[in-house]
Design a binder for this molecule. Structure first.
Ligand SMILES: Nc1nc2c(ncn2[C@@H]2O[C@H](COP(=O)(O)OP(=O)(O)OP(=O)(O)O)[C@@H](O)[C@H]2O)c(=O)[nH]1
Ligand SMILES: [Mg+2]
Length: 326
């Protein structure tokens, strides 16, 4: 019964049924117990869909740029998916109001599927939701899928870099040092987009960004820098060319498949490891709070609890091996 429901929903996603897709996305977001089985059925590391993360400071023009990219890819006959991620928002389902206004040119286009994601019940938080939503979009043959995140905090950067290619959007006048000098920010993007090139200060920003890139260690590949104006559309084709170049030169399909699989597996290991460890500590002490009390009362230490967890995982593995031998 369950497996037929799983296959039915996975089939709907594959056949691009928009209602089925919306249903599966909600299940993913709410941590529905069937969601992992549906994702298992949909997963294909070599699927052709390209995912593009768009990150940058609030107001940098990410939505305006996303809107331009949607128009460009639609003109070239692609079906485009958009995930707008807002960690501060408890709302999800439809597009966020501001983004909906900016992307309204495409809201009624059946070849564009826009979905916003806020914080919900997914164990892996918003990055887990986005990771899984990307699979759903790609399985439904949306190509490319654009992921816009608000802000450039650690969580947003992590989310944007779940995509195959990440665009980091900077603008003149925000204080070049602030934009570029934040720990490792220049290393986030495969492409650094200097948006609002119609504004004064673009040359200084270009110089500053290039000088900052000179400081990046050699082993990290140097991002491409593209100036454009999302408002006027100038430079957008240069950007889409740079995206295409990233795919054809930097990463063939197999490279993308491997990178994608590594990212997903790493994030699932982190998520499950955390869940398992938390649960075990809670079971042992009643709750995490009570474990803290025990430490404060001198009954144990965080390190002893760490050792206890290692022992627990080792035993679990031994038990599994024994089961296999039986
Ligand atoms: N002059 C100029 N203004 C732009 C350009 N791109 C975007 N804007 C304007 O900048 C403002 C913010 O644009 P958004 O696209 O909403 O920026 P955002 O990065 O999505 O903003 P948040 O989602 O709130 O972080 C809007 O008023 C846009 O019209 C550009 O290339 N040039
Ligand atoms: Mg926006």
């Amino acid at each position: 019964m369950l497996s037929s429901e799983v296959e039915d929903l996975a089939g709907k996603v594959r056949s691009k049924n928009q209602r089925g897709m919306a249903r599966v996305l909600s299940m993913v977001e709410n941590g529905h117990p069937l969601a992992p089985s549906i994702l298992h059925s949909l997963y294909n590391p070599e699927r052709s869909g390209l995912t593009i993360g768009v990150t940058g400071y609030p107001g940098a023009g990410k939505s305006t740029l996303t809107n331009r990219l949607i128009a460009y890819y639609r003109k070239h006959g692609c079906k485009v998916g958009v995930i707008a991620v807002d960690p501060s928002s408890p709302f999800s389902g439809g597009a966020l109001l501001g983004d909906r206004l900016r992307m309204q040119d495409h809201a009624s286009d059946p070849g564009v599927f826009i979905r916003s994601m806020g914080n919900r019940g997914h164990l892996g938080g918003l990055s887990g939701t986005t990771r899984d939503a990307l699979e759903v979009f790609s399985a439904a043959s949306y190509d490319p899928v654009l992921v816009e995140t608000m802000g450039v905090g650690q969580a947003e950067v992590e989310i944007a870099s779940l995509a195959d290619i990440t665009l980091l959007v900077l603008v003149p006048g925000l204080g070049d040092e602030v934009q570029t000098m934040k720990a490792g920010i220049m290393e986030i993007g495969d492409i650094i987009v200097l948006n609002k090139a119609d504004r004064p200060g673009i040359e200084q920003l270009e110089m500053f960004v290039n000088a900052s890139l000179d400081l990046i260690p050699d082993q990290i590949s140097r991002p491409t820098v593209i100036s454009c104006s999302a408002l006027s559309g100038e430079g957008i084709e240069k950007l889409t060319d740079a995206i295409a170049n990233c795919v054809s030169f930097g990463m063939g399909r197999r490279v993308i498949a491997r990178r994608r699989t590594k990212l997903i597996l790493r994030s699932i290991i982190r998520e499950k490891g955390k869940e398992l460890a938390r649960k075990h500590v809670s079971d042992r002490y009643g709750s995490i709070e009570e474990a803290i009390e025990s430490i404060l009362e001198g009954k144990t230490t965080p390190y002893e609890i760490g050792e206890m967890l290692s022992g627990f995982l080792e035993n679990k593995r031994e038990n599994e091996n024994e089961c296999k031998r039986d």
